[in-house]
Design a protein around this ligand. Structure first.
Ligand SMILES: Nc1ncnc2c1ncn2[C@@H]1O[C@H](COP(=O)(O)OP(=O)(O)OP(=O)(O)O)[C@@H](O)[C@H]1O
Ligand SMILES: [Mg+2]
Length: 253
């Protein structure tokens, strides 16, 4: 497996209205495989995740110091276009958020926005994305029905298809399965694993078993700091920090 670095964060500190949410985070995220962020509520996992595609920019009062490199390039320069960054670095949220339109329109939304294509091409790309999200067989005969008719798990896979359709290099997942039933959760986990073979995947999860099932490496955050970052097996079975050990053995959080 290639260990080429996709993201390199150096001394990243994030603030909301001046109060620190993540402090002095330095971490390299390889381009291949799945990286998980774990830690108790409020420790800064989502904040750091959203730094990776400048999603925090839309939060009033947010500020960032330090450096975030994507493929070696600073994505926080005054001339960087956040929209371009977000096209390369897609995101899937905890609550599936399909648009109030048809399944087809949901999947093709980003494609229509980014590069207006011919109708036939859109259909081909939509099928590809829905197949990649493991949803095609369930929706192929009703692409024109409204997305809200789908089950929660299907809606989440539709959001994954929508994110994949613009062919991102990175996909960020913020607790993508925490509102789903066990069967839907398993399907999302399978997808995360599959996608990690061809994209950079970063996933925030509260579910330690989930991290150990899907992630090649895991970062443990506590009170806004990165405490430990290691291959997942090492972090769970042989952590070097006593706080990591306490957390992964279920003693707090
Ligand atoms: N939009 C915001 N405005 C102000 N403060 C925020 C905002 N988002 C997060 N914070 C604060 O930043 C800190 C880190 O929050 P963050 O959402 O990154 O934590 P988290 O680890 O993802 O937590 P959870 O597991 O509950 O999702 C918290 O103290 C939180 O209250
Ligand atoms: Mg969060």
């Amino acid at each position: 497996m290639s260990q080429e670095v996709r993201f390199s964060l150096a001394g990243v500190t994030c603030r909301y209205d001046g109060s620190v949410a993540a402090r002095d985070v330095t971490i390299d995220i390889p381009s291949q495989g799945v990286t998980a962020f774990i830690g108790p509520s409020g420790c800064g996992k989502s904040t750091i995740l959203r730094c990776l595609n400048r999603m925090n920019d839309v939060v009033p009062g947010f500020s960032l110091t330090g450096q975030v490199l994507l493929d070696g390039e600073d994505i926080y320069t005054p001339t960087t276009d956040p929209v371009t960054v977000r096209r390369r670095v897609g995101m899937v949220f905890q609550r599936s958020n399909p648009f109030p339109s048809s399944i087809f329109d949901n999947v093709t939304y980003g494609m229509r926005l980014n590069h207006p294509r011919s109708g036939a091409d859109l259909a081909v790309k939509a099928e590809e994305a829905l197949r990649a999200a493991g949803l095609w067989d369930e929706v192929k005969d009703r692409l024109d029905t409204t997305a809200s008719m789908l089950s929660g798990g299907q809606q989440q896979r539709l959001c994954i298809a929508r994110a994949l359709a613009v062919e991102p290099e990175v996909l960020l997942f913020d607790e993508p399965a925490s509102a789903l039933d066990p069967v839907s959760t398993e399907r999302v986990e399978e997808l995360v694993l599959q996608l990690g073979r061809r994209l950079t995947v970063v996933i925030v999860t509260h579910n330690l078993q989930q991290a150990s099932r899907v992630a090649d490496r895991t970062a443990f955050f506590l009170l806004g700091r990165l405490v430990e970052y290691a291959p997942t097996v090492t972090l769970f079975t042989n952590p070097r920090d006593a706080q990591t050990e306490a957390y992964v053995s279920g003693r707090f959080g």
